[in-house]
Write a protein that binds this ligand. Structure first.
Ligand code: SF4
Length: 390
C-alpha cells in the first residue's frame, strides 16, 4: 500500500452563540485588588501592541466587512494560512454586495482548503441578510451583529471593538491562555463559571481601556488585539517567552511556577476512528465525482464516490455495490488521514478503471469530468489532494 498522506486540520470547535453574562460588572464596582491589577495591565498591553503588533492586511482597515471575513477565516486556522485566502476573497468579493450576489458554488470554491465549510455558507447567508435589511451597510449594534448567521460572542466582540472601537470583550484560546496565567486561574476553563469569569475579566480590561487617560487612539480595538497578539506571539502554549512579556511582573502563573498547568484544559474524550473507502472511477480521460447533499457535513462539496467501512474491508465488494456490479480494475492510490472535530478519519483511495461508464448508487448529482473541470469544483481537503494528484 502507498504511504499515508497526512492532512493537518485543527480539532478546535467553533464559537457558540451563548449570551453574555447578565450582570456586567462596571469598572466602578470591581474588587479593589482586581481593579488595581487590571488598571496596571491596560497601559502595558496598549504600549506593547503599538510597538510589537504584526502588520497584517486586515489591520490596515477599519472596514467591518474585511474584519469580519478575517475573523471567520482565523477561527481554527493560523494567520499564515489565512493570508492568501483573505487576499483572494477580498479581490473576488470586495464588499457585502459582491458576496451576497455570489454564486454559492463560487463561494465554496474560494473557501476550498480552509475546511469547516459551514463558515463559508454562513458568511454568504449573513451577507444576503445585511443587504436585505440595511442595503449592505454592516450593522454597528452588537445585538444585530451577533444575530447574524455564524457570528457568536467572540466574533461580534471582535468586529464591534476592532471596526467600531466599542468596548466589547473578546475571549478565544489565546486570550484564555493569557488571562488564566496572568490571574492564576486554576479552575477548568470549560466550566461555565470559569468561562463567565474570564469573559468578565476581558470586559473589565476593555472597559478600562475605553476610559484610559492616554492620547492613544482606538484603545478598545488595540486592547483586544493586544491580548490576542500576546497569546499568539509571546504567551505560547509551550515554552512561552516570559522574558519579553510585558505582563511578566504581574503574572501569577510565572510567580508561582504553574505556567505549564495553565490553562486547565480538562481532557477531551478520545477521538473516534472512522475509515472510508473512496474510488477515483475513471473511463478514458474522465473521472466520476458526485455532489454531497445540501445539508450536513461538507454540504454541496464535490467528492469521489466513497463509503464508510469497518476494518478489515473488501474494496472489490464495496466497488461492486457502489457501481451497480460493473467490473473494474482496482489499484490502491494512497491513504489520507486527517482529524475533524472529534473524528480521526482515514480514507483509502483506489483508482477504479472501467471500460464503460457504470451506473452509480448516489443520492445527489454526479458528473464525469476531465481534469481541467475538477480544478474548478470545490472538494473537501482529502479529496482535493487526490484530485490534484491525477
Ligand atoms: S509572563 Fe509568561 S506565562 Fe505570564 S503572561 Fe507573560 S508569557 Fe504568559
Amino acid at each position: 500500500m502507498a504511504p499515508p498522506l497526512s492532512i493537518a486540520t485543527s480539532t478546535t470547535v467553533g464559537e457558540t452563540k451563548h449570551k453574555p453574562a447578565e450582570k456586567r460588572t462596571r469598572p466602578g464596582i470591581l474588587s479593589s485588588a482586581r481593579r488595581r491589577k487590571t488598571a496596571l495591565l491596560v497601559p502595558l498591553l496598549l504600549k506593547w501592541f503599538y510597538t510589537h503588533a504584526r502588520d497584517l492586511p486586515w489591520r490596515r482597515t477599519r472596514d467591518p466587512y474585511a474584519i469580519w471575513i478575517s475573523e471567520i477565516m482565523l477561527q481554527q486556522t493560523q494567520v499564515k494560512t489565512v493570508l492568501p485566502f483573505w487576499q483572494r476573497w477580498m479581490q473576488t468579493f470586495p464588499n457585502v454586495h459582491a458576496l451576497a450576489a455570489a454564486d454559492p458554488e463560487r463561494v465554496l470554491k474560494l473557501w476550498e482548503g480552509l475546511g469547516y465549510y459551514t463558515r463559508a455558507r454562513n458568511l454568504h447567508a449573513a451577507a444576503k441578510i445585511i443587504v436585505q435589511k440595511s442595503g449592505g451597510e454592516f450593522p454597528r449594534d452588537f445585538a444585530e451583529v451577533i444575530a447574524l448567521p455564524g457570528i457568536g460572542r467572540y466574533t461580534a466582540g471582535a468586529i464591534c471593538s476592532i471596526a467600531f472601537n466599542q468596548p466589547a470583550p473578546i475571549l478565544d484560546g489565546n486570550v484564555i491562555r493569557v488571562l488564566t496565567r496572568v490571574f492564576g486561574i486554576r479552575a477548568p476553563v470549560r466550566a461555565r463559571r470559569t468561562t463567565d469569569r474570564l469573559w468578565q475579566l476581558a470586559e473589565d480590561l476593555v472597559q478600562l481601556a475605553a476610559r484610559a487617560n492616554t492620547s492613544k487612539h482606538q484603545r478598545c480595538s488595540r486592547l483586544n488585539q493586544s491580548l490576542m497578539e500576546l497569546g499568539a506571539l509571546v504567551c505560547l502554549p509551550r515554552e512561552p517567552k516570559c522574558d519579553v512579556c510585558p505582563l511578566a511582573p504581574h503574572c501569577v502563573a510565572r510567580q508561582q511556577g504553574r505556567i505549564e498547568n495553565l490553562p486547565n484544559l480538562a481532557k477531551r474524550a478520545p477521538a473516534t476512528a472512522r475509515t472510508f473507502v473512496a474510488f477515483v472511477a475513471q473511463v478514458d480521460d474522465y473521472y466520476l465525482v458526485r455532489q454531497r447533499p445540501a445539508a450536513g457535513v461538507n454540504a454541496r462539496l464535490w467528492e469521489f464516490p466513497n463509503q464508510e467501512v469497518e476494518a478489515p474491508f473488501d474494496a472489490a465488494r464495496i466497488a461492486a455495490r457502489l457501481f451497480s456490479m460493473a467490473s473494474a480494475r482496482l489499484e490502491h492510490l494512497c491513504q489520507v488521514r486527517h482529524t475533524i472535530t472529534r473524528y480521526r478519519i482515514t480514507v483509502e483511495f483506489f483508482r477504479a478503471l472501467f471500460a464503460i461508464r457504470p451506473a452509480i448508487l448516489n443520492e445527489g448529482p454526479a458528473r464525469w469530468c476531465r481534469r481541467a473541470e475538477l480544478v474548478k469544483l470545490a472538494f473537501p481537503s482529502a479529496h482535493r489532494r487526490i484530485a490534484d494528484l491525477l
